[in-house]
Design a protein around this ligand. Structure first.
Ligand code: GDP
Ligand code: MN
Length: 396
């Protein structure tokens, strides 16, 4: 589950990580009230208005703007709320902005220069350990830094038996070129950042930029947070943080139906039982010259209502030009699945795309007969390759 910047910052704050303070609002009037409140708290008269969408690069897309007075707070909030924000990380249509974070300006001038760093915590899948990835090149696109100046990216691996140790935090502060108060503040920052990541069962905490202010404080200006879905049962309070407006609507609907569905770019819809078979089916479609339109695991109970639900989900994708059903009947009998496919087909009236069905396992011969004698525009296949060839044939 991905979080908005303001939600990520709230979590950080509860673990004692210093953040750029802000208040999330959904209309310009509230933005002005939020700015007044922040001025009382922080003393700053300048504010940044930040679009809250699940995508980075908002600054580049015009979704992060500086307001130097209340009139500007109001007009910028008015301009950003409701806009379709296009950033390097969104599609060309962009994402609709429903809320903005009104935040204190933290780039104020002072006795020293401000500096921006990059710090993230994530899992190193090769070693199976969490690590801190960090760089002096903050505020920039980290992929570009990795490509052009990889020597400016450092990592610090965390031993799960000890957790993060103070010397590791000092090494990070040292490698970032800090000294004095900023050095001390950075060691506290990374230690509490790691605690936040660990205790919230996150799979990513990316803070870009981490700012050293002109008075040598270290704080999180941005926060990209992903919570591990498999651990959400331990964090019931985080369930409220989900914003389904940010998610793919077909995937959300499939999720409510209990279908394991991932939308992809191709043109062959797949309905499969079991994640492994689903992956193999996608490979085979690819080999036969097609492109899977989705990953869909219907699970163990492929009865008529489930098959119908899956059909409807697949057909919501206008790119789908053929559907391949590949079901292994182990516990669920193939003839029941075949009947399910036929019933679902009849229930839905007309389906405009050709359907190829491969059913293997218990009662597969009865299943094939049912399909072949159904009189519907559904082709049966016995072998895996045969199914793929039939898909290729109908795609032309
Ligand atoms: P992103 O573009 O989606 O990564 O959004 P960020 O939260 O990282 O903000 C983008 C940029 O806005 C940052 O890199 C900063 O340069 C700038 N920015 C953020 N907060 C402030 C602020 O308080 N004052 C000023 N002047 N600039 C800010
Ligand atoms: Mn950022």
């Amino acid at each position: 589950m991905n979080l908005h910047e303001y939600q990520g910052k709230e979590i950080l704050s509860t673990f004692g990580v210093k953040i750029q303070k802000g208040i999330v609002v959904s209309n310009p009037k509230d933005a002005v009230e939020a700015a007044k409140k922040l001025t009382e708290e922080t003393g700053t008269g300048w504010h940044v208005i930040k679009a809250q969408v699940h995508a980075g690069g908002r600054g580049k897309g015009g979704g992060v703007k500086l307001a130097k007075n209340l009139a500007e707070v109001e007009s910028l909030a008015d301009q950003i709320i409701g806009m379709q924000l296009v950033t390097p990380q969104t599609s060309s249509e962009g994402k609709k902005v429903h809320q903005v974070l009104v935040a204190e300006d933290v780039y104020y001038p002072g006795k020293s220069e401000t500096s921006e760093f990059y710090i993230s915590v994530l899992l190193n899948r090769t070693t199976g350990r969490n690590m801190i990835m960090y760089s002096t090149e903050g505020g920039m696109d980290i992929e570009t830094v990795a490509e052009e100046t990889p020597h400016l990216i450092f990592t610090e691996e965390i031993d799960p038996a000890t957790g993060m140790l103070p010397f590791q935090a000092r090494r990070i502060a040292f490698n970032l070129g800090l000294s004095g108060a900023a050095f001390k503040d950075m060691t506290k920052f990374v230690l509490s950042l790691y605690t936040a990541y660990d205790k919230s069962d996150a799979s990513l905490f990316e803070i870009n930029p981490v700012l050293k202010t002109s008075d040598d404080k270290i704080l999180a200006v941005d926060a990209k947070v992903t919570i591990d879905d498999n651990a959400l049962f331990r964090h019931r309070d985080y369930l409220d943080l989900r914003d389904i407006r940010e998610e793919n609507p077909i995937e959300v609907e499939a999720d409510t139906l209990g279908l394991n569905y991932v939308d992809l770019d191709g043109n062959v819809g797949c309905m499969v039982n079991g994640a492994g078979l689903a992956m193999a089916t996608m490979d085979l479609i690819k080999q036969a010259g097609g492109d899977p339109a989705n990953f869909l695991d219907v699970g163990g109970t492929a009865d008529a209502s489930r098959v119908e639900a899956a059909f409807k989900i697949i057909l919501k994708d206008p790119e789908v030009k053929a559907i391949l059903i590949n079901i292994f009947g182990g516990i669920v009998r193939c003839d029941r699945v075949a009947q399910g496919v036929i019933d679902a087909y009849k229930n839905m009236g007309t389906i405009d795309v050709p359907i190829i069905v491969r059913l293997q396992g218990t009662n597969s011969d009865i299943a094939k007969n049912l399909i072949d004698s159904s009189g519907l525009d559904v082709q049966s296949a016995v072998e895996f390759q045969e199914a793929a060839d039939k898909v290729q044939a109908v795609l032309g």
